[in-house]
Design a protein. Sequence first.
Length: 420
Amino acid sequence: MDSDRILIRRAAPLHGEVVVPGAKNSVLKLMAATLLADGVYRLSNVPAIVDVTIMSDLLEAIGVSTTFNDDGSITMTNRGNIVPVAPYELVERIRASINVLGPLLGRCGHVKLSLPGGDDFGSRPIDMHLKGLEAIGATFEMRHGYVEARADRLHGTDITLEFPSVGATENILTAAVHAKGTTVIDNAAREPEIADLCAMLTSMGADIEGAGSSTLVVHGVEPGSLHAADHPVVTDRIQAATYLAAVAVSGGEVVLRGARAEHMDMLLRRFADMGVTVTSTGDGLAVFADGRLRSIDVATLPYPGIATDYKPLIVTMLSVADGVGIVTENLYPGRFRYVEELQRLGADIRTDGHHAVVRGVPRLSGAPVRAPDIRAGAALVVAGLAAEGETVVSGVHHVDRGYDDLVGRLVGIGADIERV
């Protein structure tokens, strides 16, 4: 419920273990991929987040049914009676709904899709998706807030993205799986979640080379030759970073079970520069922090650079670090909207266009704040751990879209936090 609030009091050092759930930015795309072939799929390590429920409602409307299992897995059944129309009332609730475009186009040859909603931080047009899909033979018409796409048979070609867009890479990839011939996507996004999608598509019978690199080569397979598969969702590196940041501002020692160092390499290096010690444990990461953080300068860049989703956490850490740090946003304008909320907690931050100058203060002071989006909401919770007195975060529905029991997991490592 949106009347919910999260209450946080300054944390003593945190200790214990957090199991990091599956990735929001992967599971929604894997769910969309079940549109490509009939059969029964089982996705494991699925995060219990609102966006998964919304995506299952959307897929249900198109013709794939979802059963939520007690072990954190979901069973998805595609019986072949697909209606390639994504209705507005579902699409407007979740930006990842755009990910049904590629699979439906590849499978049905036509799609009617309302334009997607989701977090509000500046425009993220879908031009690159459409351009890439046009290159492999799709035609588009925009009318009354809907995109209508058609393609008799998609054909392979060479595509160079002007920017390594995650969504465009995913849509071209899922459409190209059934295209005639070979599709080469250059300057493809390299995020671990894309490699995860490639792994699932390959286990369904797709022929993909270069997963995890900036050049993806997709050899089209005959329509009807793909089959259902079981797949574990990759761990959520943004959730892992959130618990890292919580330990960084609170001090303590915590093991993050399931966190993957190789997916967070650049971030971990920058955390080390700030004075946070992170070591691999074989099946996760151990995080240790003691004393005040050091300020650094950070710029967001496409993967393997620092993700824009990490930035609210980094700004929060810098707000209590020793010195002055400059954070530069290279990807999305308008993603400093949470800064006013951090200022309410006593953070000394000035924004100028793409830059935020953060002058660290010894500690923040508790106040009521509101989460403007998923990641900013989590960052405000982390800020509350570094604030004297009581911090009350509202707008919790944003956090629920991307975090699987954030409060419960923080309580488990000793944070003084509750949901009311």
